[in-house]
Design a protein around this ligand. Structure first.
Ligand code: ATP
Ligand code: MG
Length: 418
């Protein structure tokens, strides 16, 4: 179908560089879904017929880096914008790609995919994707939209999450897909089609088999978005939170959990309005704060005493997030944001704190607390200065480096990337 979609000029340039070198290439996945829903995509993923090595060869080692093992792809950077360029794949064959990962005994693990690197055609690639709404391809050069499963566009219109293929098997192959289905429910208010929903209820427990590092990456994405509170609600409503963040699930419908969702919501609104930059550890701190207050035995919204704060904060964060092992670094940074609250609450901030890396995030949490606790966030904003050197609106991961001109391949120059 012919259609003009607003694709980033750098993404279009990567696609056209691949095509000019004789490969098939297009924009794939979430970005096309988002654009058709009239939303701004957070990034553009590119699918192509070139292998990761060929992609690296084309864009040069400086701009292209191969990553991943289970799913190998290439990160291509053009003028500071990062693109995931993946090779078209077919569904893994029923051989060595399936196996047991986390469990030696669990028979449910036999369909788990442990490697997904068999190259295929664009059509095969669409069919091995998770949901029809995520399987739309767009060629920005020809301005052509491809709906290879034949259901993607219809499902976007009716706001339906439909697993591609046999839903139960797709969830057995990769239990993280269940979490991804519910992210679409939380983020866009989509509903699951009945076969997908039944399979999800039947297979929820398999989430235990998912690798903690993949779950941690999903959690980073959830807290790095401005709808993490909605995602958590969808996970809870479908019973998935029990297998993802059990501590929050057990606390559901209690006053600290309600307050955690309020704080997270306020942070999300401020992020959405561009009032503060995206910080995953700040989102984690918002969620953890009410449980810190509870464990310290203080009324929500009252000043946090310094005594024992550090120990309680670290215990609470560990309880909530550490089942997902990879969160250690983020936990430490959330810990700083939370313990610094005690200094704000004393009303005086020592000069050296202004230069602390955690100061801007801690200050932002103080503002969020004022907003949620009926204080005056504008006043808090004025009261605590933001060091001039800190760009608190900076988007995370925005690199300063641009696309570098390579002498070996004169065809791809910085100029042509404009
Ligand atoms: P987001 O807005 O969160 O980035 P997304 O759909 O783009 O949403 P990505 O994790 O960036 O999510 O994945 C890109 C695309 O890769 C998806 O749209 C989907 O087509 C495919 N995909 C991702 N994870 C899986 C999976 N576990 N199984 C099958 N296909 C997947
Ligand atoms: Mg994406």
């Amino acid at each position: 179908m012919k259609i003009k979609l607003p694709i980033s000029s750098n993404a279009r340039w990567v696609v056209s560089a691949l095509q000019e070198s004789g490969y098939e290439a297009c924009i794939v996945g979430g970005a096309i879904r988002d654009l058709l829903l009239d939303r701004t995509p957070k990034d553009f993923d590119i699918g192509c017929s070139a292998t990761p090595e060929e992609v690296r060869q084309l864009f040069g080692r400086r701009n292209a880096r191969i990553i991943g093992k289970r799913f190998r792809l290439t990160h291509v950077t053009v003028k500071g914008e990062l693109f995931e360029v993946s090779t078209f794949r077919k569904a893994p064959a029923e051989t060595e790609q399936h196996g047991r990962v986390n469990s030696d005994e669990d028979e449910n693990a036999e369909n788990l995919i442990v490697s997904d690197n068999s190259w295929g055609s664009a059509v095969e690639d669409a069919w091995r994707r998770d949901f029809t709404v995520n399987a739309l391809f767009y060629d920005p050069v020809r301005e052509e939209l491809y709906d290879h499963t034949g259901m993607g566009l219809e499902d976007i219109k009716s706001q339906t999450v439909r697993a591609i293929g046999e839903p139960a098997l797709r969830f057995e192959e990769d239990p993280v897909r269940m979490l991804r289905a519910l992210k679409l429910v939380g983020q866009f208010g989509f509903t699951l089609d009945s076969a997908t929903e039944n399979a999800l209820f039947a297979k929820l427990e398999l989430l235990k088999l998912a690798s903690p590092s993949r779950l941690a990456l999903e959690l980073e994405k959830i807290f790095g978005s401005c709808c993490g509170d909605r995602h958590l609600r969808a996970f809870h409503d479908y019973g998935l939170l029990e297998y993802f963040l059990p501590e929050l699930n057990h606390a559901w419908d209690t006053p600290p959990m309600d307050r955690a969702l309020d704080l997270l919501y306020e942070r999300n609104c401020r992020l959405d309005e561009g009032r503060y930059r995206n910080s995953v550890s700040l989102a984690m701190a918002c969620v953890a704060l009410p449980f810190v207050e509870e464990e310290m035995g203080i009324e929500p919204g009252t000043p946090i005493p310094q005594k024992k704060c550090q120990a309680v904060v670290s215990r609470v964060l560990e309880r909530i997030f550490l089942p997902l092992h990879m969160m250690v670094r983020l936990n430490l940074s959330a810990e700083k944001i939370l313990t610094l609250q005690t200094i704000f609450d004393q009303g005086k901030c020592p000069q050296e704190l202004y230069s602390s890396r955690s100061y801007p995030n801690a200050r932002e949490l103080k503002i969020i607390r004022s907003a949620v606790d009926g204080g005056d966030p504008e006043q808090t904003d004025k009261e605590w200065p933001l060091p001039a050197a800190v760009n608190h609106l900076r988007r995370p991961g925005a690199s300063k480096g641009g696309f570098r001109k390579r002498s070996r391949k004169p065809k791809i120059t910085e100029k042509s990337a404009e």
